[in-house]
Design a protein around this ligand. Structure first.
Ligand code: ZN
Length: 149
């Protein structure tokens, strides 16, 4: 199977069977972002324990690119330290800018075809931008220094 077909299947699978879709009870972070050029809206909710993303969910609606990106991203960051999740987010955006990446992007690699379409890049990065915003806010609130108030 050509790589492009495999990638298409990954995106289709996540669009038809989104992972981690729904509301996260007792979330530590909730970030809503939208992409007006396409009409995508997403709310990313995260639970953080000991500096680790212990759970992640998303809700909202949008095109297949934005929804599959959110589904893949939430699957990949679960159980990862916040720093690793941020590195993954950064690497994903580098890939979409056609820059070199030294992090394993896993299924996020399936979205690389989007890099040729600037309008769709905004769809693909919506969930990732929500993740970055959320983890940055959490760090600023002192969330990383667990237990010190
Ligand atoms: Zn979109």
């Amino acid at each position: 199977m050509p790589l492009s077909d495999l990638y298409r299947e990954v995106i289709l699978d996540h669009t038809q069977h989104p992972r981690n879709r729904g509301h996260l009870e007792g979330a530590d972070i909730s970030i809503g972002l939208n992409n007006p050029t396409c009409g995508d809206e997403i709310v990313l909710e995260l639970k953080l324990e000991g500096g680790e993303v212990s759970d992640a969910r998303f809700s909202g609606h949008g095109c297949s690119i934005s929804m599959s990106a959110a589904s893949i991203l939430t699957s990949m960051i679960k159980g990862k330290p916040g720093g690793d999740a941020l590195r993954l987010a950064e690497a994903f955006k580098r890939m979409l800018r056609q820059e070199s990446v030294d992090v394993d992007l896993g299924e996020l690699q399936a979205l690389e075809g989007v890099q040729k379409f600037p309008m769709r890049v905004k769809c693909a990065t919506l969930a990732v931008n929500a993740l970055e915003k959320g983890l940055t806010e959490w760090n600023q609130k002192g969330g990383a220094s667990d237990g010190q108030g």
